[in-house]
Design a protein around this ligand. Structure first.
Ligand code: ZN
Length: 158
């Protein structure tokens, strides 16, 4: 069992190494496994695609969902070379896999300049004290979207 997890983690790390060789972006890789098969694969491509959301986990989730033809990763396991950042943590929760295995942790990542801890701290702050301030505007108009959604009979819940 343990050697199986180590094998899949080595595949996630392999994806990261390939990305490094191609100069795709940061040193991160991720694979998604279902029923023993690798159904999704990704490595960080932030700098090569000018996409700040192109983290390994997001790319692997998109790849797995495309391959499986679904928006939910039921019965899937995520293997990521580093503990997910808050964005990827959110993406993983939306995708709803069964379990996540990670290699290095967020403290290791911060030590080489990938400081996700900063974002975790921002979440705790009042909106106006955040580094990027959040302010609410036009709530009533925006709420009409939810009313429309509630009245849409064939709305696909997720
Ligand atoms: Zn991330």
């Amino acid at each position: 069992m343990n050697s199986t997890h180590k094998y899949y983690m080595s595949e996630a790390i392999k994806a990261a190494v390939k990305g490094l060789k191609n100069n795709d972006g940061g040193p991160f890789g991720c694979i998604i496994v279902k029923d023993g098969n690798i159904v999704g694969l990704g490595n960080n491509k932030v700098t090569s695609t000018n996409d700040p959301t192109a983290h390994a986990e997001v790319i692997a989730i998109r790849d797995a969902c495309k391959n499986l033809g679904t928006f939910q990763l039921d019965g899937c396991t995520v293997y990521t070379s580093c503990e997910p950042c808050p964005m990827c943590l959110g993406a993983i929760y939306w995708a709803r896999p069964e379990k996540v295995f990670y290699g290095s942790n967020k403290i290791d990542a911060a030590a080489v300049g990938f400081d996700d801890e900063f974002i975790y701290q921002e979440i705790e702050l009042p909106y106006k004290e955040r580094n990027i301030p959040f302010e609410q505007v036009s709530r009533a108009e925006a709420l009409q979207l939810f009313e429309q959604w509630s009245n849409t009979e064939d709305a696909k819940q997720y």
